[in-house]
Design a protein around this ligand. Structure first.
Ligand code: EPZ
Length: 417
């Protein structure tokens, strides 16, 4: 298994370009199943998760070609509606095929996604949405089997904000008969880009960027072509790479307003920013002020940047807390950061961080996607050498992260394990 070897304590400099958003691309890839024909997606990142979703679409009968950053998906001959255990167990986002397969075939068979390092990951809200549209759901032998002769539009009230359930509800309702209203829909930019893509396919969805989405069902959708939005989590991760190494760097090809809340919190910590168009330049302070954060659905502080911000706060001048209300167990990185001489205590789903003067390099292990990015950030700041094992997690969500960091002057190399 590959490892990263990092010699930390160096300033970074220069500019980094942000890739297309993984969490925007994955649901759009499954939305192509709603039509027959060739859809074309641009600015697609080369990630393990994109490869896994491409494989799943091929299993369903689609033809998928990936050249450069262009993904072509021909769904003309899709004739299979089962997402098997061995694929779903590796990538939870496979559940995004459930809505489109139900809408296209009147049935689907999707392995119940298991838990992962950040929590149990229930799917009750996904099922509630499909039942509201008329599906009967049978769950047996670890498979979810929704079936419905004719989907009928309805009211869908989510008692909790869920990105995935909002996506699946949208991808089912677009071909349902009549009108569907989704209340308490997720506001994440990735939902907005899914709505843009579905409307390009011929869907009729109103209310983008609000919590109330109104869908007027149509009888047929066509393939579409679209550019993927930049990855706001990669954007935030690189801003924190600059912040934790006290460097002035520029992050380009991003959408600053998508991570406004991170910029606000980092300004509270003393950082200054220069935002010009799709670029953000960060200016570090002498002293990092401690800042408390609580993760909440968009536009509040994203859970996917919780670990990275926590790593930054290990070097703050004082005490602060980081609470994750979305994934209360998402703290596997804390133990590893403490191995780098951080001083973090856990109290249920809240980390209490007492800032230290510096971190020191050690051997650590990645556990999940965002935690592994966090360990890289901490390694960049730590004095001496840090070795990170199990870095396959990081390749799931970051395109060539070590090359991008090397271009910024980081001393990081990948050692084939
Ligand atoms: C998406 O996961 C993202 N994944 C996650 O990013 C992200 O952390 C999460 O949204 C929150 O923003 C993709 O987009 C592929 P949710 P998702 O449904 O849709 C609970 C990464 O690092 N819930 O919004 O699975 C759930 O337990 C990944 O790129 C239910 O209770 O998240 C959580 O507490 C990690 N029932 C909350 O809702 C359900 O049916 C939000 O989860 C569904 C979710």
């Amino acid at each position: 298994m590959d490892k990263f070897i990092i010699n930390g304590g160096k300033r970074l400099k220069g500019e980094v370009n942000i890739s297309g958003a993984k969490n925007a691309t994955l649901p759009i890839m499954t939305a192509t199943l709603l039509a027959k024909g060739n859809s074309i997606l641009h600015n697609v990142p080369r990630l393990i998760d994109i490869k896994m979703m491409s494989h799943l679409l091929r299993v369903l009968g689609a033809r998928v070609d990936f050249h450069g950053d262009v993904l072509e998906i021909d769904t003309t001959y899709v004739n299979y509606y089962e997402a098997p255990y061995e694929l779903v167990s590796k990538m939870r986002a496979s559940i995004y095929v459930m809505g489109p397969l139900l809408a296209r075939f009147g049935q689907a068979r999707v392995s119940f996604p298991g838990g992962c390092a950040i929590g149990t990951r229930p799917v009750d809200l996904h099922l509630k949405a499909m039942e509201a549209l008329g599906a009967k759901i049978n769950i047996e032998h670890g498979y979810i089997k929704p079936a419905c002769k004719e989907l009928i539009g309805n009211e869908i009230n989510f008692d909790k904000v869920s990105v995935g359930a909002t996506a699946n509800a949208l991808m089912t309702a677009v071909l349902a008969k009549g009108e569907t209203n989704i209340h308490n829909a997720a506001l994440e930019p990735e939902i907005g880009s899914l709505i843009d893509f579905l409307n390009k396919m011929g869907a009729q969805i109103e209310g983008k960027d609000t919590t109330h989405l109104k869908i007027t069902g149509v009888s047929k959708l066509e393939p579409a072509e679209m550019e993927m939005i930049p990855d706001r989590i990669e954007t935030g991760t690189f801003l924190i790479a600059g912040a934790i190494t006290k460097s002035e760097i520029t992050v380009s090809n991003c959408i600053p307003k998508h991570i406004q809340v991170l910029i606000d919190r980092m300004e509270d910590a003393g950082y200054l920013f220069e935002i010009i168009g799709d670029s953000i330049k960060i200016y570090p302070p002498q002293i990092i002020k401690p800042v408390d954060i609580v993760t909440q659905p968009y536009p509040n502080f994203p859970t996917d940047l919780q670990a990275q911000f926590l790593a930054l706060m290990t070097l703050a001048d004082g005490q602060c807390t980081v609470e994750d209300t979305i994934f209360p167990d998402r703290f596997m990185h804390v133990g590893e950061l403490n191995r780098l001489d951080a001083n973090i205590l856990m109290d249920k789903n809240m980390a209490i961080i007492n800032g230290v003067k510096s971190l020191s390099g050690a051997e650590i292990m990645a556990t999940d996607l965002r935690a592994s990015a966090t360990l890289v950030l901490a390694g960049l700041a730590a004095r001496g050498q840090t070795t990170i094992s199990r870095i396959y997690h990081i390749d799931r969500g970051y395109e060539r992260i070590e090359e991008k960091l090397q271009k910024l002057g980081a001393n990081i190399k990948r050692v084939r394990g």
